[in-house]
Design a binder for this molecule. Structure first.
Ligand code: CTP
Length: 475
């Protein structure tokens, strides 16, 4: 137990009210877990977890009464917890518990316990810290497992024998990697050893919970730290086996290709430096996922990954489904970026034509800026000159994109002449002819043959109608 007083960390107004209510009820209350860790690390935190040696629900209701008779308290009877929102914080109350787990399920057997019992059942020493909120102990930090020292040493370590902690809840193995990546901490060797030994136990954890932790790794300052750890411990292969195949370099006739695993990690890290868009990070993670499946050696051109952008976008769908991730517009966005990720590079290699730029704008729509970020991050090479050259070329593509966008407004393009107007003009029902005319207008605009406006499109529609032998019906 540390004698230093930590009252200064209890800035949120709820703490004063908890003190009053807990004193009135004659129980001891503590703020515990992640929030204490974050206070000490000066990280923002809005989840306040309170443990009471007594009834969490009763204390929550008593504190709520101190605030206002109308404050809504959510009570979860089955878990013995209660929660409310107050002054921007999500405040949760629970009675101190002693838990033991059945090895085949995550359902704990719960009994009332002491604060120490409650600290014992937590995942890492850095998350076991508690600060007393009332009585003579107020402001005292209860650090039963050397959590403060571990924060100072940037160490992730379980409070109990790690085999017990991980077998109680195997998700904690993912959490260890997540905290390492998020906080820049290292994992204690004994804890890491236990993760390796228990990696297969991840199978009892739902994909949703695994992905939640994995997403936090992707959103951490340097995601490759967490991903590499997941890989070394044998966890990654449990839920993203496709990723494993990216590893390694094959050499034929002294010609090798990039190690796509290391390349992907580099691309993800570069995106993390410029964006906190989770789905752009997923696109970076999966942009080359089909390279192993499409790899071929060609005597003339060396290693080829023909169609990997197309196969990759399909694989992204299968991966999202296997991870029970949302199959919605987020997936579509990821698939679109994977599918288009070679297009700006192709533009750089050819002389940049207006028509190719127009087509890219048309296909990427509002996601063009994210696509450019992905493509720029995709430039990885040991040769700094090459990187410089590529990025300079991309800068040219960006200029050209801005120029064409201003002139032609193709982002989120809508046909200047609608299908309805085509049908009205020629007295048509929905038919093949309508499609033919619409396509001709779109292609002419993209090729720069006509301007992107109503007059030019209307005129072309008339010409195309004539070619098809259609008669005007609107005169
Ligand atoms: N906890 C645990 N085992 C888990 C999940 C959580 O022991 N599988 C404990 C930890 O003590 C943790 C606390 O419950 O500090 C709160 O959990 P949670 O809010 O998920 O995590 P935080 O540590 O607060 O981190 P974050 O808010 O970044 O998710």
């Amino acid at each position: 137990m540390t004698m230093e007083n930590f009252t200064h960390l209890l800035q949120h107004p709820v703490y004063q009210l908890i003190e009053t209510a807990a004193d009135k009820l004659g129980v001891s209350a503590y703020v515990v877990g992640g929030v204490v860790r974050d206070y000490i690390l000066h990280r923002p935190s809005t989840d306040i977890d309170v443990v009471v040696v007594g009834s969490g629900v009763e204390l929550a209701q008593a504190v709520a009464r101190e605030i206002s008779p109308n404050l809504h308290v959510n009570v979860f009877k089955n878990f013995g917890t209660a929660q409310f929102f107050y002054h921007g914080a999500d405040v949760e109350f629970v009675g101190a518990r002693k838990e033991s787990y059945n090895p085949d399920s995550r359902k704990p057997v719960v009994e009332n316990g002491t604060l120490e019992d409650d600290q014992n059942r937590r995942d890492f020493t850095i998350n076991t810290l508690a600060i007393a909120l009332n009585g003579s102990e107020k402001g005292t930090l209860i650090d039963s497992f050397g959590g403060i020292q571990d924060i100072q040493d940037k160490r992730i370590r379980t409070p109990l024998d790690p085999d017990i902690t991980f077998s109680d809840d195997p998700l904690r193995m993912m959490r260890a990697m997540r905290f390492a990546s998020q906080l820049g901490f290292h994992i204690d060797p004994e804890t890491f050893r236990a993760i390796k030994d228990n990696a297969h136990r991840l199978e009892i954890i739902s994909k949703e919970r695994i992905v939640e932790e994995f997403n936090k790794i992707l959103l951490s300052p340097k995601p490759s730290v967490g991903i590499q750890l997941l890989d070394e411990a044998g966890l990654l292969v449990q839920f993203l086996p496709q990723f494993d195949k990216l590893k390694g370099v094959e050499v034929i006739n002294k010609r090798g290709h990039k190690d796509n695993y290391l390349h992907t990690l580099e691309v993800v890290d570069k995106i993390a430096m410029v964006s906190s868009n989770l789905w752009l990070l997923w696109a970076a993670l999966l942009h080359d996922i089909a390279k192993p499946a499409t790899k071929k050696y060609d005597e003339e051109h060396g290693w080829m990954f023909h169609g990997h952008e197309y196969v990759g976008s399909k694989m992204a769908g299968a991966i999202f489904r296997s991870l029970k991730m949302p199959v919605n517009e987020k997936l579509k966005y990821v698939q679109k970026l994977i599918l288009l990720h070679l297009r700006p590079i192709a533009l750089v290699e050819d002389t940049i034509t207006d028509s190719a730029v127009r087509r890219l704008l048309f296909d990427a729509g509002d996601d063009i800026d994210d696509l450019m970020l992905l493509c720029e991050a995709d430039v990885t090479s040991k040769n700094p000159e090459k990187i410089k050259r590529c990025l300079a070329n991309f800068a040219k593509v960006r200029e050209k994109l801005a120029e064409i966008e201003e002139k032609d407004r193709l982002r989120n393009w809508q046909p200047p002449v609608s299908g309805d107007l085509i049908m009205q003009t020629f007295g048509l029902h929905p038919s093949e002819e309508v499609g033919i005319i619409k396509t001709a207008i779109r292609e002419a605009i993209l090729d720069g043959v006509i301007d992107n406006n109503f007059e030019a499109a209307f005129e072309l529609m008339l010409k195309e109608g004539e070619k098809l032998g259609l008669k005007r019906n609107d005169l």
